[in-house]
Design a protein around this ligand. Structure first.
Ligand SMILES: Cc1cc2nc3c(=O)[nH]c(=O)nc-3n(C[C@H](O)[C@H](O)[C@H](O)COP(=O)(O)OP(=O)(O)OC[C@H]3O[C@@H](n4cnc5c(N)ncnc54)[C@H](O)[C@@H]3O)c2cc1C
Length: 464
């Protein structure tokens, strides 16, 4: 078996592995070997549905050293006035460029693509999925699991229900390539992928009456207009969140207050959502989604037969030629939240609320600039990725405390404030703007009472 020696082995060339490596090699003189079973960097974007876009601004995504996109504001279309959002091909080209021109060309990074990583006792073994060649990678410093919270996507997972042989079921990615339409489209899923599929169908002339939406849960989604790389807007969202918590006696009330503040959106105003993964949604998309009247709320589909969807408590008839579009993969995984730095490996997770790219970059910076794992774990406590209202609130609570902890370190604060992927960044030139000052003042007014109420809602402990 061939042997390769490196300082770090990073498992996964997705957004998290790329952001971690970028910050690490910028602040430490080390060699990194990145392994991915996919043939190219970009992680799940390699297999994403072709009409996917970032749900947030491009500026918030990618690696710390290099901006994704141009930072431009959209001038045309329904989102004029909001920041540009990259589509799949732009994201892939960006990561290809980072990998080839910045990482590999520097000599600091080796990329083993199309290769499977496995730990064999204490040994790190990488096997090419193409040639079958095995390489033993001797790691001088750390093994980094950059796939710990990697998402599952419909393209790589079968639908979570049985399918009769004569039923037409496709993964969302196949939708754009169908040669023959159907009289009816059944969209299965409650998250961003399902909403994207519906918006795409409507945009391609399928009238809403031909769409059936199987929505096991109703989601709260963040209004894209308030998740923008503008400190007055983004700090304002933080203030709204603290204020809504402080003034509420239940979690539902907190979300309803956020809806009144223009921060949260729900599709049906008659239903209280129970899901809060909170991707962003634009109001023009919401308007389109609200035109779908044929919504099936009977929980998860168990089986699809030709002409019928079967649930635990009965079935729903559909057109015999209906095309069922599987948008039901779980999104980001929810493995146990564990310390990021452990003896056997580093497990990249989020730290502040949301924004996986910034969190992975922060972990890379802290790995490079601190030499004690206890201190690293103190600065970067792991956060949850939310699914429910309680978890969303827990994520906000933990994220606020973590941001205060790492932000109290002068060097981290300076570094983070230069990263465009840091959503809380405040350009020094804008700090004295009245709107920014007003948002910061509102955060100061509500932070303590908001955190106290969030702790009560989630059984978290406030630091003494
Ligand atoms: C449709 C969609 C849209 C999204 N939009 C946004 C957005 O707008 N903004 C945002 O912040 N987040 C967004 N997210 C979430 C975000 O993209 C993800 O958090 C992030 O890209 C995940 O990156 P990752 O590196 O954790 O996982 P992945 O992208 O899945 O990368 C992990 C990689 O690890 C590899 N791997 C795993 N195990 C092994 C092994 N044993 N050997 C070799 N390789 C291995 C996999 O092949 C994979 O390529 C979106 C997610 C989805 C699904």
């Amino acid at each position: 078996m061939r042997t390769l020696t490196t300082d770090y082995i990073v498992i996964g060339a997705g957004a998290m592995g790329m952001a971690f490596t970028d910050a690490l090699i910028d602040h430490a003189d080390v060699h990194v070997t990145i392994v991915d079973r996919r043939h190219a960097p970009s992680g799940h974007w390699v297999d994403a549905y072709p009409f996917v876009r970032l749900h947030q601004a491009s500026l918030f995504y990618g690696v710390a050293s290099t901006m994704l996109g141009t930072g431009a504001i959209q001038q045309h279309g329904p989102e004029a006035g909001l920041q540009e959002r990259a589509g799949m091909s732009e994201i892939r080209a960006y990561y290809d460029n980072i990998m080839e021109r910045r990482f590999v060309a520097s000599g600091k990074v080796t990329f083993l693509s199309g290769s499977e990583y496995r730990a064999d006792g204490a040994a790190n073994v990488v096997t090419s999925r193409v040639s079958g060649e095995q390489v033993q990678v001797d790691v001088r410093r750390r093994v980094v699991d950059a796939a710990y919270i990697a998402p599952t996507i419909p393209a790589t997972l079968p639908p979570p229900f049985d399918v009769a042989q004569d039923a037409r079921v496709i993964a969302v990615g196949e939708l754009a390539a169908i040669a023959e339409g159907a009289s009816s489209y059944v969209i299965v899923g409650s998250g961003k992928t399902a909403t994207d599929a519906i918006v795409w169908l409507l945009g391609n002339g399928v009238v809403s009456e031909r769409i059936v939406w199987v929505r096991p849960r109703d989601p709260w989604m963040l209004n894209r207009a308030v998740v923008q790389p503008d400190p007055a807007v983004f700090v304002g969202l933080g203030a709204d969140t603290f204020a809504a918590a402080a003034e509420s006696t239940t979690l539902d009330e907190m979300f309803l207050r956020l809806e009144d503040a223009g921060a949260m959106l729900r599709i049906d105003r008659n239903v209280l959502p129970t899901m809060a993964r909170t991707p962003t949604l634009a109001v023009w998309e919401l308007d389109l989604l609200r035109t779908i009247e044929n919504v099936v709320r009977k929980g998860h589909i168990r089986r699809v037969d030709r002409g019928e969807l079967v649930f635990d408590d009965g079935s729903v008839p559909i057109a015999p030629d209906a095309l069922i579009v599987h948008c039901a993969a779980a999104g980001l995984q929810h493995p146990p939240v564990v310390p990021i730095w452990a003896q056997d490996r580093i497990r990249l997770q989020t730290i502040r609320a949301g924004f996986p790219c910034f969190n992975a970059a922060l972990a890379g910076y802290v790995e490079a600039t601190r030499d004690d794992d206890t201190e690293r774990n103190r600065l970067c406590p792991p956060n949850v990725y939310p699914n429910s209202l309680t978890e969303f609130t827990r994520m906000q609570f933990r994220g606020a405390l973590a941001t205060a902890t790492f932000g109290a370190e002068p060097d981290i604060s300076t570094w983070a404030n230069q990263c465009t992927i840091n959503p809380s960044r405040i350009d020094p030139a804008r700090r004295d703007e009245p709107a920014v000052k007003a948002a910061l003042a509102r955060v100061a007014a509500y932070r303590e009472s908001g955190l106290k109420r969030m702790a009560e809602f989630t059984n978290e402990r406030l630091p003494s």
